[in-house]
Design a binder for this molecule. Sequence first.
Ligand SMILES: Nc1ncnc2c1ncn2[C@@H]1O[C@H](COP(=O)(O)OP(=O)(O)O)[C@@H](O)[C@H]1O
Ligand SMILES: [Mg+2]
Length: 336
Amino acid sequence: METVYVDRIIDSISPEMGQSKPMGIKASNDKKYLLKTQLVNIEPYGIIKNEDAAFAQEIIAYELAKELNIPVPGYAVLEVEPEFLTENMDYCFKYHITKPGLYFGTEFIPDIQKKIMENYKTEQKCKYKHAAQKLTSAFDVSNSQAYADIIALDCFLLNGDRFTNQGNLIITSGTRKDRKVYAIDFGHCFFSPYWNNEKKELFNKLLSNPKDTDQFTNYCINIMLSIGQNCKKNPFGDVFSKMENYIYFKNTNPFSDIVKKIENISTSKLRQILYNVPDEWMVDGDFERDKYISFLSLNKHNVRKVITLMYNAHAFRHSNKGDELKWPIEKTIGIQ
Ligand SMILES: Nc1ncnc2c1ncn2[C@@H]1O[C@H](COP(=O)(O)OP(=O)(O)O)[C@@H](O)[C@H]1O
Ligand SMILES: [Mg+2]
């Protein structure tokens, strides 16, 4: 995992969106990054919360996405030195960068479609047909298989922060041939950005009953449905609705390859990923690492079930009506 130093601020690339308001910087490897913080201003209450599992969860997800060939920006562990903080005190405070240390950052992708947001707002406010059409075509990208792959990854990592959140997919500009979608922002995976008792209970729900996982998968689907409940177009959310519009089922199961790949992720790969997370990003050290490893090595077998439940809950408009979703035979049966 690459660690680089933060050299200087680049104000012009700092985005306006997002709860944690990432800060634009140039690093010692000459690349531009958006540096994130775990101290987040919870709107509209004005309370600052320490999302103490966010960096670890980001890095776990980015490493898994890389392993699975799912498009994400490059990323690095960014070191903020005391001198940098002293020299840029006011600016850093504005972005809640309050102490030196290691921060998570993604490589800045220039030229992303800002219009997507405006079209969302227009669509929501006015029900203009052309706004809805424009927004739908904005999602028409050259790598559209990525939509199914990202959904499968989010099911594996219990990411409750994409299907209704307009800021966590980025799509580049240009003609359809040049347009690409990337998944970003995995800080809220495992249904929260915190390492706390709730997270331990969530993991234990599966870990304490590994042979009967139906209850756990139903529980996950219910959480996803409750997050998406205000969305008229699709029970899983507005953004989900835009993604699933490009997922086709004719004579095929568009999830079978990615699910096979997820099921084949080895426990040793998971160990390698978790043991490379910087110590200062783990709240509970190796205990926490081992919980993530055990959870993920069980939950990888649940992804096909969760997607089947979504399919049965009419999440996909191009599904073959009345058909069951067919899967290839599972290679690894049971629990290792
Ligand atoms: N690598 C990137 N390249 C370009 N824009 C980005 C990148 N990462 C994030 N952004 C922009 O910054 C916003 C906030 O980033 P995000 O990682 O979602 O943080 P938050 O936790 O604040 O939601 C995104 O919605 C997107 O518009
Ligand atoms: Mg975000």
